[in-house]
Design a protein around this ligand. Structure first.
Ligand code: GRF
Length: 200
């Protein structure tokens, strides 16, 4: 299998995936890492590991359609058959989702369906819930709404800030995403409507 990882920022989830490929936990290779921002640290991480790294600068595209057509073309060019969103901060249109139907995974730093969107930790703290966590899910046409593959919880502690909570969740993300990708690659996931059945 060939993964295409899309990221917008520092790329610590990308790093955990590269590490899991190196140890053999994920039996696949990364065909390309694509960012929408030239300054994304994820590009350096990929290049350091001799992985193709491409920036499709959203600000240089004429429209969202133009941007996504370039994304799809690049993913096809590198032979990608599973798209892995790892801190990719753009909502993908139905055109993109249809282009890789049931072959797009995302990680979100809350226990979905609670606290979707771009400010999960802030929203968690503002609401006052006592438990948060992270979710790996298939991407459908909605925002953070596709079938859930794996989730893991962490406590929200007194005195937490967005940063302390984010760090506690991120540690879980780094083991959960490789596990979910490995399950997908090993053919262990069966999607039945909203339910994802994990075969042992
Ligand atoms: C992670 O918390 C991820 O869940 C969220 O954005 C963050 C990306 O971090 N969608 P990184 O770029 O992988 O370090």
């Amino acid at each position: 299998s060939v993964l295409g990882v899309l990221a917008s920022g520092r790329g610590t989830n990308l790093q955990s995936i590269m590490n899991a490929i190196a140890t053999g936990q994920i039996k696949a290779k990364i065909g390309v890492v694509i960012t929408d921002k030239p300054e994304a640290k994820a590009l350096d991480r990929a290049r350091e590991a001799n992985i193709q790294a491409v920036c499709i600068d959203r600000t240089k595209c004429t429209s969202k359609e133009d941007f996504e057509q370039k994304l799809v073309a690049a993913l096809r060019e590198y032979g990608v058959n599973l798209v892995v969103l790892a801190g990719f901060m753009r909502l993908l249109s139905p055109y993109f989702v249809q282009s890789f139907k049931d072959r797009i995974l995302n990680i979100h730093p809350s226990l979905l369906p609670a606290f979707g969107g771009a400010h999960a930790h802030r929203d968690v703290l503002a609401y006052g819930v006592k438990v948060s966590g992270c979710t790996i899910h298939f991407v459908d046409e909605g925002m953070d709404s596709g079938p859930i593959i794996l989730q893991e919880s962490v406590p929200v502690l007194p005195g937490d800030t967005e940063d302390t909570l984010a760090a506690r969740v991120l540690e879980k993300e780094h083991s959960l995403y490789p596990r979910a990708i490995a399950l997908y690659i090993d053919g262990k996931l069966i999607v039945n409507g909203r339910q994802v059945i994990i075969q042992s």
